[in-house]
Write a protein that binds this ligand. Structure first.
Ligand code: PHB
Length: 389
């Protein structure tokens, strides 16, 4: 990919409350399953994030960090429920700060997308929880032998139990030195399962109306803000996505997400990360794609008044530059480009082509037995460009 235009808007600093991003090139949360042998960030994770801080990332959002052992899908995803994990994350946040970077932890719980046979889920000894006992169609358990489908989850009796776990994770993230947290409210995981009327059939105060379906995510956000303060909590949403078998008719979608975003905006968040429709994350069932496609910027921008708006999914630097300079968004989030270019912002600044290809065979790790060298492959060995200054 060549960089033809200048990118002065994309490369300009951005203030988010007390934080100043050195540019508007944000690294997306990316599942890479490298925290082998268990769930504690390791030296390979450290190298990965440091490379990207050194490459100039304005803000790094970590991969999904599990708030609790219960509620996980992949092996070797890192967590933040134990002191051992907090100590390991502390090394990463310190090293990122030493490179002039900023880093948010993405807080993740998979709800009904967990599987009883996933190693962490098994070790937790608790059922798979979700708002309602409705299974997602499909199944993508990358490391579980055979092809198990999603299970019918146990409807959580009192969702406040889960909200407390998010709060505890935020307390741990603060202790670990993160600059803030991003609540994963997208892609059909737990928070999205509460928002979506096809996965939430509750008849108590946590389901039914738009207000009730929004309650879970809003209550979590309030707790996260109480821990981190104003402008240090972001949220990722994917209203136009169908990943993990979610999606409502268009009017319900607009009503739900406009209400949720307006209410969340009152909490003085750092940002809303809106993920655009992405065909790669849209499953097909019975010959039909699942998502309700619509333009997330046109549909939700007017509901965001106090917080920043950052856009994710399939952006190019040129497109990001145009959207930022025309004030449609405040910053741009890059995923795939950051996988294969640790020095993405530096390359953009120097007009160096983005010509490293993502190797899809090494997106995820080789599992708990993998050596550090194996974990580095396709993770920390994408080359940086050569710079003369
Ligand atoms: C994935 O690992 O496929 C994945 C995880 C989290 C997301 C999206 C995709 O938000």
């Amino acid at each position: 990919m060549s960089t033809t235009t200048s990118h002065s808007a994309l490369l300009s600093p951005l203030a988010i409350g007390p934080l100043t991003l050195r540019n508007r090139v944000i690294m997306s949360a990316l599942t890479r399953s490298r925290s082998a042998p268990t769930n504690v960030p390791n030296e390979v994770n450290l190298e990965h994030y440091v490379q990207r801080a050194r490459g100039g990332a304005g803000l790094i959002v970590t991969e999904g960090v599990l708030i609790e052992q219960q509620g996980t899908e992949w092996q070797n995803a890192p967590g933040i429920w134990s002191q051992e994990q907090v100590a390991a994350w502390k090394k990463i946040t310190s090293a990122v700060h030493a490179e002039g970077g900023l880093i948010f932890a993405q807080l993740w719980h998979l709800g009904r997308i967990s599987h009883p046979d996933a190693p962490e889920q098994k070790a937790a000894g608790k059922p798979v929880y979700a708002p309602s006992a409705i299974s997602a169609r499909g199944g993508k358990f990358r490391f579980i032998p055979g092809e198990p489908g999603y299970v019918t989850p146990t409807a959580i009796d009192d969702p406040r139990v889960l909200i407390e776990q998010y709060k505890k994770a935020a307390i741990n993230a603060k202790e670990a030195g993160f600059d803030g947290v991003e609540l994963h409210g997208a892609n059909g995981y737990l928070v999205h399962q509460f928002l979506d009327s096809t996965s939430n059939l509750r008849t108590d105060s946590w389901g039914g109306s738009v207000e009730n379906r929004s309650r879970f995510g809003l209550e979590i956000l309030k707790e996260l803000v109480s821990v981190f303060g104003n402008k240090r909590v972001g949220i990722k949403l994917s209203p136009a996505g169908g990943y993990n078998d979610v999606g409502m008719p268009l009017q319900d979608t607009l009503d739900t997400f406009n209400y949720f975003i307006s209410e969340a905006d009152k909490l003085d968040l750092a940002y809303f990360c809106l993920a655009r429709y992405l065909a790669m994350l849209d499953p097909t069932f019975d010959g039909k794609t699942r998502a309700t496609q619509h333009d997330v910027l046109a549909s939700y921008r007017q509901s965001i008044k106090k917080s920043l708006l950052i856009l994710n999914a399939g952006l190019t630097p040129d497109e990001a530059e145009a959207l930022i300079s025309s004030k449609q968004i405040d910053a741009a989030v890059f995923g795939m480009l950051f996988i294969s270019h640790p020095d993405l912002p530096k390359r953009i600044a120097h007009g160096i082509p983005l010509d490293n290809q993502v190797d899809f065979t090494t997106l995820y790790s080789g599992g708990p037995q993998a050596t550090l060298e194996e974990l580095r492959k396709g993770y920390n060995d994408y080359p940086e460009a050569t710079y003369n200054n």
